[in-house]
Design a protein around this ligand. Sequence first.
Ligand SMILES: [Zn+2]
Length: 143
Amino acid sequence: MKPLQLQCDVLVLTCIDYRFPHLVCDYLDDHGLIGNYDIFTLPGASLGACCPEYPHWNKTLEEVINLALGLHSIKKIVVINHEECGAFQKLRGVPEKKSDEILMHGAQAKITHEWFKAHFPQLELEFIYMRLCGEAEKLISAT
Ligand SMILES: [Zn+2]
């Protein structure tokens, strides 16, 4: 019997934070991705992807992406970081000003973006920062 050819366009990388799964699903639904994404979580999302304190997370992510490419032919990775992220606070500290928090996420997104481009240059990338209210803005968007 020939296996079914399953396909989806996107692999979403989010944080593990319990406050966000429904907000992330709502965001993805609102952006036309219902039934069109795989999802994987690491503490800190972009930080977990490239985290010197936990280098094996990066290896696991690489394996998951390769699996998603083989199983579902993904074309894009969407990384969703979030406000008041405990992983960022534990590993990178709490910024003095609330407004600096998004800058910290943006700096990490650039590091993780470079890693993705070096290892998976064929994939489109998008980096999102989500607030506790569910509002989202792009940290980086590039192909
Ligand atoms: Zn988090």
